[in-house]
Design a protein around this ligand. Structure first.
Ligand SMILES: C[S@@+](CC[C@H](N)C(=O)[O-])C[C@H]1O[C@@H](n2cnc3c(N)ncnc32)[C@H](O)[C@@H]1O
Length: 360
């Protein structure tokens, strides 16, 4: 059962007003206009024990959650891992603002998901100026129906969003709403000079301006961002392969990878995953890291590190700890430069410490 329209309209207006008190933005009218619940008729919420529960229109708290600043998980895979969501509206607004888009601009989105962002973009830029792609055909089908119900008709289709849509190029603006390891090179071949690209790279959001053929540079926004990764096949961790190793002593606290080095690590080891082990009191006792080639490391809080596989993951953490010996480096002090030969993330200035990003 859908809650009465009045309730949705009131909550939506209140939410848009609240966003407007925090910042001025050309996008607030779109947030006030587009009903988020049309795009998120149900979502999944995790209880204290990690079990997922579905919350649907009409359930207690449904509309309140829809008009809160929550990311709402809308799809889980067979293992209960989230594969699609509607991102936090405040983060969406920050990313849309960072585009600096004007109503005549043509926008390409990687990651259609629920279609809510495509609806906001269609509302402000006009449906004809919006193209959005998702790798999941079922999501595309649902989003297309929802968009049409809202009288929005952007071009949406199923495919690998990293390939773009050359038929509608050149684009003035590009936004990605799935986690990336670099700015996809095919997208950089489908933009005008001066185009702005806003994309989650690692655990941050990069904003770069295109200055020529496959050339762009810019900085990361100050906001943290943990987007679900662009879907690619990956190997799992090889914890069994570590059992026979004694390990080596390390001075770097295991928990550094969970907090202060988390963002630089996402640039130095693109696509890495992590897990923790905890004692009965909930304190972290160990941290595991792995990358898609099967490289794996574990570190015990006592200061013993074990690593196996083609890449020595803990060595990378130790290198980062020597670049950032104390404190948490700010995201906005990092930048990203694209040239035809490749892409690099850097700290403070393009000539500072830097990490190549994989573009293959
Ligand atoms: C955070 S959700 C996107 C949210 C969306 N913009 C919205 O407003 O609901 C990320 C989406 O990226 C999609 N995705 C992941 N890998 C992709 C790829 N290679 N190409 C296109 N879409 C992809 C996922 O299926 C998921 O729906």
């Amino acid at each position: 059962m859908i809650e009465p329209n009045g309730t949705s309209a009131v909550l939506r207006a209140e939410f848009a007003t609240k966003l407007g008190q925090e910042r001025r933005s050309e996008w607030l009218a779109a947030f006030a206009e587009v009903p988020r619940e049309h795009y998120v008729p149900n979502f999944f919420q995790q209880d204290g024990r990690g079990k997922w529960h579905e919350v649907s229109a009409g359930d207690p708290g449904y509309l309140k959650a829809v008009y809160s600043d929550a990311a709402l998980t809308t799809q889980l895979d067979a293992h209960g891992i989230p594969t699609s969501s509607s991102s936090e509206p405040r983060l969406m607004l920050t990313m849309l603002d960072a585009l600096g888009a004007e109503p005549s601009h043509r926008l390409y989105e990687l990651g259609l998901g629920t279609g809510y962002n495509a609806a906001l973009a269609s509302s402000r830029l006009g449906s004809d100026n919006v193209v959005s792609v998702d790798c999941d055909p079922d999501l595309v089908h649902l989003a297309q129906r929802r968009l049409a119900r809202g009288k929005y008709h952007p071009l949406v289709f199923a495919g690998d969003g990293a390939q773009g849509c050359p038929e509608r190029a050149p684009y003035d603006r590009i936004i990605a709403t799935a986690g990336l390891r670099c700015i996809p090179p095919p997208l950089l071949r489908q933009v005008r000079e001066g185009a702005v690209v806003v994309a989650p790279v690692g655990f941050g959001v990069a904003r770069v301006v295109v200055s020529g053929h496959e050339q762009a540079t810019g900085r990361f926004l100050s906001v943290p961002a943990f987007f679900m990764p662009r879907r690619t096949p990956t190997k799992g961790p090889d914890f069994a392969g570590l059992e026979c190793l004694n390990g080596e002593a390390t001075e770097v606290p295991a928990t550094d990878v969970l907090d202060r080095l988390k963002f630089p690590l996402s640039l130095a080891l693109p696509g890495y995953r992590s897990c923790t082990w905890r004692d009965e009191a909930g304190e972290v006792t160990g941290v595991g890291l792995w990358t898609e080639d099967g490289s794996t490391a574990t570190v015990h809080v006592s200061g013993r590190a074990r690593q196996t596989g083609p890449k020595r993951l803990w060595d990378t953490v130790e290198e980062l700890a020597s670049v950032f010996p104390a404190g948490t480096p700010l995201r906005e002090d990092f930048g990203l430069t694209v040239v035809p030969e490749g892409q690099r993330a850097w700290y403070r200035e393009p000539g500072g410490p830097s990490w190549p990003l994989p573009t293959a």
